[in-house]
Design a binder for this molecule. Structure first.
Ligand code: NDP
Length: 266
């Protein structure tokens, strides 16, 4: 078999662990493929670049998941519903789009436990897909965001969704940083005066950012709140993506075992 090519598209993309995870797993499972990274400035060019590079598949990260959704010819039911794609596979000349972030995050929340009332800080593409899947699994999700624009679609779908100014805090079991605050900077995803009392009453805090201790995680830990970064979400979404990339060729347990090992490479 010729070596298949895969890549992750994003901007920024240098921080991504996906190339390491997927290359290590291809190598360990003896699958002839190679996975690179591509910093894409204009999301509209995603389809053109994907095809020019001769890729079999790709992952898509911030800020191009909505562009990826529009670039696909076929969408699975869940990706269609949430309007965000993070995994593309080329089959018979057509781009097939999936969302593996949401099932990956659901698994993290289920394993973390602690209650069903969840507050998301952030209202981007990842928040949209994960809010939907959590609700389908019986969680009650509230959205808190810096600005109003992105909240409209959440409200239309019946979520309680507020800007910082509008927010009247309730009680939440789990507080989740679903934003990119802390990814490239040292900002909190909401003002400290809002976050501290929420965290003190919560049973846990999750961050979707991985590979660093964000100001949000630091605050949660300083208050003694049980917390976890985004590494496992990354792992679980990666396992599902790998399964699509290799067309169901391997047991999921085998993929997960190899991919988990890649986290100990550096
Ligand atoms: P988007 O660009 O779609 O959305 C970004 C969101 O973050 C918006 O709600 C935005 O608010 C908010 N935001 C950005 N900067 C700040 C700030 N300084 N203070 C407060 N809010 C801020 O991003 P995505 O939804 O695609 O991704 C969100 C995060 O999830 C990223 O950090 C990404 O790395 C992470 N992620 C992790 C995964 C994993 O496997 N661990 C998988 C997928 C995503 P506003 O609307 O006001 O601009």
């Amino acid at each position: 078999m010729d070596r298949e090519l895969f890549a992750i598209f994003g901007n920024p993309v240098a921080h991504s662990r996906s190339p390491l995870m997927h290359n290590y797993t291809f190598q360990t499972l003896d699958y002839p493929a190679c996975y690179g990274r591509y910093r894409l400035e204009e999301g509209e060019r995603l389809r053109e670049v994907f095809l020019k590079l001769g890729l079999k598949g790709a992952n898509i990260t911030v800020p191009h998941k909505e562009h990826a959704y529009r670039a696909c010819d076929e969408l699975d039911d869940f990706a269609r519903k949430v309007g965000a794609v993070n995994t593309i596979v080329l089959r018979d000349g057509k781009l097939h789009g999936y969302n593996t972030d949401a099932p990956g995050f659901l698994r993290v929340v289920e394993e973390f436990g602690g209650g069903k009332r969840v507050l998301f800080l952030g209202a981007g593409g990842t928040a949209a897909s994960t809010a939907m899947i959590l609700r389908e699994a019986g969680y009650e999700v509230t959205i808190l965001n810096r600005s109003a624009g992105r909240l409209e679609s959440f409200k239309e779908q019946g979520f309680a969704a507020y800007t910082w100014e509008e927010f009247a805090p309730g009680a939440y079991d789990l507080i989740v940083n679903m934003s990119s605050a802390g990814l490239e900077d040292e900002s909190l995803p909401a003002p400290r005066e809002i976050l501290e009392p929420l965290l003190r009453r919560a049973s846990g805090a999750l961050d979707v950012i991985y590979g660093k201790e964000t100001p949000f995680l630091r605050l949660a830990r300083s208050l003694g709140v049980r917390s976890k970064d985004g590494s496992e979400m990354l792992l679980y979404q990666g396992v599902i993506a790998f399964d699509y990339f290799t067309e169901g060729h391997f047991d999921l347990e085998k993929i997960e075992k190899a991919m988990r090992e890649s986290f100990f490479l550096d």
